[in-house]
Design a binder for this molecule. Structure first.
Ligand SMILES: Nc1ncnc2c1ncn2[C@@H]1O[C@H](COP(=O)(O)OP(=O)(O)OP(=O)(O)O)[C@@H](O)[C@H]1O
Ligand SMILES: [Mg+2]
Length: 412
């Protein structure tokens, strides 16, 4: 079937052409959508006056709210938080809309999309404008974010009911791609389409865009084309991963926490080690969590020594689900995670170690001894002499052509 040039949708991206027109067409978020709809219909009686939807890029946060608004025949006022950066901006855009009644007394929903865009250093004004808007608004406010754990959003989070959009699994993505293929009369084989769905790693928009770019107007999906398509880069922040591990009560959620982080397992271990004591305040839970972490390290040793790669799964499971399961109750406090101090210390130690080797090399040449011996015997001696005697210090600097850093190392 040829595209119909008179149909404007034929030239549109498929993400728009096939955007869900009703909540029923949104895939994979049934429960979340019911929660949101119920909130919208009863928001006046709710203790918390807004909803914060959070979930992965391209998982359907924005289109779901549009679909619900259509179902309810509500007007939707959409603002993108990153469009305005201060109190004035929010007030002029949504302020009035939040007060007036609709012309035909239609219901309204105010969608403040991408509120994580408000989390930059200078956006405190934006966050507080949003919270006061929520306090005063006559209409329900729905906020959406990919990363809801930014500390700057804390005041906002206190006022919101949380709704998580879980990352859709590949079967959900496959179902959507499959429907589009049949509507577009694209021939494909199931394995290829499934592999495309898997590569999307939960990003439905990404998957649809990939499909459209791969078939273009050929109407056939070729295996080779998919193979050339790299895995969709989905790097999750270490921050999100830690939240999953520390706060999850469901081991299967925690289990995948490290799947998409850029850091390797060694670095992840250091992050966990650094932040675990801040989260697990109960000593029994803390001990159990460290037990899991140390067992993970035992597996790591075996993997390294004997190349038992199949142990890798145990190492990750202990680091994620093992730690998640160590607690009896999650810490409801917001904890600010920090990068590991240990890495910094190792780095500093390495720098010092490197410097020491360089100095030893310079001295060894002149004293006709080995570097090892210089490090062991000569260096401490030179260092003491330089600290005690200024003239001696100057002559060593000249003799061994020491740089400022090296002198700092010796006398510091
Ligand atoms: N759950 C879903 N069911 C059906 N289609 C979906 C779903 N999620 C995404 N899509 C498709 O992907 C497009 C983009 O989704 P949407 O913009 O709602 O994602 P998002 O979660 O808001 O992403 P972002 O985090 O980038 O704001 C939609 O227009 C729709 O075509
Ligand atoms: Mg969106």
């Amino acid at each position: 079937m040829q595209n119909n040039p008179n149909n404007p949708l034929d030239n549109k991206p498929w993400t728009i052409k096939y955007q869900p027109r009703s909540a029923k067409e949104v895939q994979g978020h049934d429960e979340a959508l019911i929660t949101i709809k119920t909130f919208i219909l009863n928001y006046k009686n709710q203790e918390k006056r807004a909803v914060l939807i959070h979930g992965n890029v391209g998982s359907g946060k924005t289109c779901s709210i549009h679909a619900i608004a259509k179902d309810l025949n509500y007007e939707i006022i959409e603002v993108n938080a990153s469009d305005f950066r201060n109190a004035e901006g929010i007030n002029t855009t949504v302020g009035n809309a939040s007060k007036q009644l609709s012309l035909f007394a239609r219901g309204k929903i105010i969608l403040v999309d991408e509120v994580d865009g408000l989390s930059g250093a200078n956006d405190r004004g934006g966050v507080s404008a949003l919270t006061s808007l929520i306090e005063k608004s006559y209409y329900p406010i729905i906020c959406a974010a990919t990363d809801a754990y930014d500390e700057k959003l804390k005041p906002l989070k206190k006022m919101c009911n949380f709704v998580e959009f879980k990352s859709p699994n590949y079967q959900v993505v496959y179902k959507i791609l499959n429907e589009i293929c049949s509507k577009e009369k694209i021939s494909f084989n199931e394995i290829d389409l499934k592999s495309l769905a898997r590569k999307a790693a939960g990003d439905i928009r990404g998957a649809i865009n990939d499909l459209q770019s791969l078939v273009q107007d050929k109407k056939i999906l070729q295996t080779e084309a998919i193979e050339h398509l790299g895995d969709r880069e989905k790097v999750e922040s270490m921050f999100n991963a830690l939240v999953k591990i520390f706060k999850a009560s469901d081991a299967s959620i925690a289990n995948t926490a490290l799947d998409y982080v850029a850091e390797d397992l060694d670095e992840s271990t250091l992050w966990i080690d650094e932040n675990l004591p801040k989260e697990y305040t109960n000593p029994t839970a803390l001990a159990a969590a460290y037990n899991a972490l140390s067992k993970a390290n035992v597996y790591k040793g075996r993997i390294r020594r004997r190349e038992h790669w199949r142990f890798l799964v145990y190492q990750t499971t202990l680091m994620t689900a093992g730690i998640a399961a160590a607690k009896t109750e999650k810490n409801r406090e917001f904890i600010k995670y920090s990068p590991t101090q240990r890495l910094l210390k190792i780095w500093r130690a390495n720098m010092r170690y490197g410097l020491r080797k360089e100095i030893a090399a310079k001295i060894a040449v002149k004293t006709h001894t080995s570097k090892k011996e210089t490090i062991q015997n000569t260096l401490p001696f030179i260092s003491i002499m330089m600290k005690k005697n200024k003239a001696m210090k100057e002559s060593f600097i000249q003799e061994f052509e020491l740089t400022d850093d090296e002198v700092g190392f010796l006398v510091g």
